[in-house]
Design a protein around this ligand. Structure first.
Ligand code: ZN
Ligand code: ZN
Length: 76
């Protein structure tokens, strides 16, 4: 089964580039992955840090940059 990166476009703008930012969803199942974090695609930057919880279902698997997420992006 193909897994997709589920993202949602937000009305908020990136303070650096002015583009609308995206939210990587909090859904994690066989079909969709999300990292429960906002990011700017143009700047290729997560806008939220990761937590220290080794059992967190989002942070430990989050690639250092949004462009390194190897799943195809789909809108929520
Ligand atoms: Zn930006
Ligand atoms: Zn976390």
């Amino acid at each position: 089964m193909t897994t997709f990166h589920l993202v949602e476009q937000l009305a908020e703008a990136c303070v650096i580039c002015g583009q609308n930012i995206l939210y990587s969803s909090d859904v994690n199942n066989e079909q969709y992955v999300g990292y429960d974090a906002k990011f700017c695609k143009r700047c290729d930057r997560w806008l939220e840090g990761t937590c220290e919880d080794p059992l967190c279902k989002y942070c430990p698997d989050r690639p250092p940059k949004p462009s390194l997420v190897h799943y195809t992006e789909v809108g929520a």
